[in-house]
Design a protein around this ligand. Sequence first.
Ligand SMILES: NC(=O)c1ccc[n+]([C@@H]2O[C@H](COP(=O)([O-])OP(=O)(O)OC[C@H]3O[C@@H](n4cnc5c(N)ncnc54)[C@H](OP(=O)(O)O)[C@@H]3O)[C@@H](O)[C@H]2O)c1
Length: 330
Amino acid sequence: MGGFLGFAWNQWTFKPKPLAKDRSLEGTTVLITGGNVGLGLEAAKEIVSHRPNTLILAVRDVEKGQVAKDAIAKESTPPDVNLEVWELDYDSYDSITAFGSRVQALPRLDYVLLNAGLKQMQYTTAKLGHETNLQINHLGTSLVSLQVLPALIKTAKATSKPSRLTIVSSEGHFWIPFKERTAPNILARMDEKDAFGRQMSRYYTTKLLNVLWARELASKVEKRDVVVNAVNPGFCYSGLHRHEKTGIIKLFLWAFGWTTQQGGYCLVDALVQHGDSHGAYLSEQKVVPPSKFVLSEEGKIAQKKIWKETFEIFRKEAPKANISELESNV
Ligand SMILES: NC(=O)c1ccc[n+]([C@@H]2O[C@H](COP(=O)([O-])OP(=O)(O)OC[C@H]3O[C@@H](n4cnc5c(N)ncnc54)[C@H](OP(=O)(O)O)[C@@H]3O)[C@@H](O)[C@H]2O)c1
């Protein structure tokens, strides 16, 4: 929808639903990044209740992942799901590459939910040197998407059924001016402190990059192999808002917020339902148009430019990630 009234209306009137009880995920392998807390954990619980063969929680802190695994096992009724915790830090190319090798050795991978993310309201740089929101939400998510692709495609060919890849974005992608779009190098400009902007604008810009990346990836991958989409989980209670120092966020959550569980329902819905959502953006559990900018000619040019600049960064900074090999899939 985009505008504030639309946002408020949807948050008030729409009630996200879990999957139908009889929706079976039997035999499948599902992977969720950032599955240890928040929306990712709630999505994991919902997935387990539909009995996949294996659920992998890919987390940056394995101890936290283990706690989450125990909580899921305790709550879930079917005890026969193989629950695994894997290490994955979006702020380390070594971690992403090691994770990628592990994923590529999986016998099967049907569903991947790229959910890990953060909202930094102050300018900081990540360990890898990029502005933190840019590193985690865009560069980390994008490199992981390329790492999981071969296993998703292999599984689709073996099962004769498309695998699924969902990238978690936000309605906030509608709400930013995206001034960096005219810079000679968009991502380099986003690393500069004076381009950071106010409040949540940088976070939302990286959520716009999630939509653009999902669309460009979808344009390069056959939908019979992998259905790629982006989802807005809605405005929900979670640790995401921990860096907001004013009380306004509490007021907003009280007035409009969905529960963490409801946000998890939206993620699972985008991941396993909507087989016709290749390249689409989902919100309130349905396919809806993304922002006007995304659909504009300018947006399409920015989408291709960001794709190219992202690959340039990976080639330069992540030599062990076998980018040329990964690029052969797209
Ligand atoms: N909550 C909302 O209202 C809302 C609205 C729109 C979109 N979203 C999106 O929903 C997704 C989940 O957020 P959430 O609300 O559940 O927030 P959250 O509770 O803060 O969870 C974020 C998850 O991302 C992980 N993460 C952060 N940095 C990471 C890194 N360097 N490497 C690997 N994992 C990392 C966190 O791990 P740790 O536990 O180790 O920090 C955690 O598992 C995010 O992509 C967010 O942008 C949320």
